[in-house]
Design a protein around this ligand. Structure first.
Ligand code: SF4
Length: 439
């Protein structure tokens, strides 16, 4: 594994700790969607402030035949390889993936839905995951042992997932034990001091940590159900890596902001006092999604001024003020279903990743659907899956080789599966439907 320039890691630290206010989006990506990544960041793209932390996997250089091929040639090669492979390979494309790649996918969905599709194809030897690293890990956790999950570009990480490393979370846990005492000991009411909850957008190592410590995984669709599950078992929740999903969900459940301190992994006790931690209900990790934190209340005001009657729906990874100002907030699946269910032509302003918004606009031409953010801001990490990489991995499979396989070791996979199974078994307090209904 190549060690990344320490300055890159330093830049990430500045952004995570709030010491840097560097702009995390630029319009460059739209200008050159066919360029290959050549810089030591997350690649060409809009989340320019996002950087790959030290030790992350890096992709070796793609052979020249793919780098120099025309767009049409790459598409032809992908189609031909796919046809040759037949049932031996399934191609999965995330909602946020670029259109040039998604057009070749057998399934399109969010990370957990895609892992489910992989599960439905035990005959496939290879699952080619056109998403980011943590998604490929989740697919490996949920797919058969003899199936190879392949990430076409190893450098397609997720900046949010990288904001909570396993070392930082272990350190946090030790510090919390100093404040609360043994963290696995229930009190007189049968509640332990802290239940760890991780968003699906986290590494397998973090999911394994959560599974080992009585915790659970959540998605943006079932975060409330999962927090209810956690509050039935613990005095408080440690929620990572996305502070916004944690805050928005807990606030909607009536948890006051004063009982949601932020955990800054660079500060002692996360930057809070022991008393503040004692009073807390949800300890929020200082992580965020660079794409979703771009949305603002001013954008919503502008949309309403320009489109009277517009329905504003945003993703819960957006900041709290944006979620509060919107008409609705929900996961990618919620957004899609809300548009699908609209009985008459309507105008929708959507606060989520641009590729998904554009796809929805094309799928539902009877509605006017636009992105709240006037600057094109795709997920630049997802964007690293250039069609050239897809052509390369498929042709490698045809040749009998298995490139870029993502494997989660058993010591991590076993507890990570426990945390995922707890999520699937969790039931909302108010409804009999399962938390396993994710989007
Ligand atoms: S949209 Fe945000 S959370 Fe999702 S993969 Fe991209 S950086 Fe990660």
């Amino acid at each position: 594994m190549t060690v990344i320039d320490p300055s890159v890691d330093h830049a990430l630290r500045l952004i995570v700790t709030g010491s840097s206010t560097e702009e995390t989006c630029a319009t460059d990506l739209a200008a050159g969607p066919w360029n290959f990544d050549t810089v030591p960041g997350y690649g060409p793209g809009s989340s320019m402030g996002d950087v790959i932390p030290t030790g992350s996997p890096r992709q070796g250089e793609l052979p020249a035949v793919y780098r120099e091929a025309s767009e049409e040639e790459l598409h032809d090669r992908i189609r031909a390889a796919k046809e040759t492979l037949g049932d031996r390979a399934v191609i999965l494309g995330h909602f946020y993936q670029r259109e040039e790649v998604v057009q070749h996918a057998d399934y399109v969905g969010d990370s957990f839905q895609l892992a489910g599709f992989a599960r439905q194809h035990p005959e496939a030897e290879a699952i080619v995951f056109c998403g980011v690293h943590f998604m490929a890990e989740t697919a490996d956790l949920l797919s058969g042992a003899d199936q190879a999950v392949i990430l076409p570009n190893l450098a397609a990480g997720c900046s949010m997932a990288d904001m909570a490393s396993i070392d930082q979370v272990e350190e946090c846990w030790e510090q919390l034990a100093e404040v609360f005492g043994p963290l696995d000991q229930p009190d007189g009411d049968g509640l332990v001091p802290v239940i760890p909850v991780t968003y699906m957008n986290s590494s397998a190592a973090i999911k394994g940590f959560v599974g080992r410590h009585g915790g659970i995984v959540c998605t943006s669709s079932n975060a409330r159900t999962v927090l209810e599950w956690a509050f039935a078992r613990g005095r408080r929740v440690l929620f990572f890596p996305d502070q916004h999903l944690g805050r928005n969900t807990a606030k909607a459940m009536g948890v006051p902001l004063t009982q949601m301190p932020m955990w800054n992994p660079r500060a002692s006790l996360g930057g809070s006092t022991a008393d503040e931690l004692e009073q807390s209900r949800v300890i929020l990790w200082h992580g965020f999604c660079s794409v979703h934190r771009r949305f603002t209340v001013a954008q919503i005001d502008q949309a309403r001024a320009a489109h009277p009657g517009v329905r504003v729906i945003v993703h819960p990874e957006c900041p709290m003020e944006v979620v509060d100002a919107a008409d609705e907030a929900g996961s990618t699946d919620y957004i899609r279903k809300a548009i699908d269910a609209a009985p008459t032509p309507a105008t929708f302003a959507i606060g989520t990743e641009i590729n998904l918004v554009r796809r929805l606009a094309a799928q539902y031409p009877q509605h006017e659907i636009f992105c709240l953010d006037p600057v094109v801001c795709p997920c630049s990490t997802m964007y690293r899956i250039h069609p050239g990489y897809l052509a390369w991995v498929l042709e490698e499979l045809v040749a009998g080789r298995t490139p870029n396989r993502i494997t989660v070791s058993a010591d991590v996979a076993d507890p990570a599966r426990v945390a995922l199974e707890r999520m699937l078994a969790a039931r909302p307090a108010s409804s009999p439907a399962g938390a396993g209904t994710v989007g």
